[in-house]
Write a new protein. Structure first.
Length: 71
């Protein structure tokens, strides 16, 4: 299983993330990249509600938050 990186948290990115989360035997960890963290959080929350069997990982949240600031 390979890590999946989805660039964009709009409509298409959300659909892709949901489909990947529905098949954890094929897709590994899902990373969502967007200009706004709130959109990424919204996609992650919707996946958690819609796909309860999706693996959950919060271990890198603080690392990602520190990298999301653009100077």
């Amino acid at each position: 299983m390979a890590k999946v990186v989805i660039i964009g948290a709009g409509g298409v990115g959300t659909v892709v993330a949901h489909k990947c989360a529905q098949h954890p035997e094929v897709f590994g960890p899902i990373v969502i990249a967007s200009r706004t963290k709130s959109k990424c959080d919204a996609v992650a929350d919707s996946i958690r509600k819609a796909v309860p069997q999706a693996p959950r990982s919060e271990e890198h949240t603080s690392e990602l938050q520190s990298q999301s600031t653009i100077s």
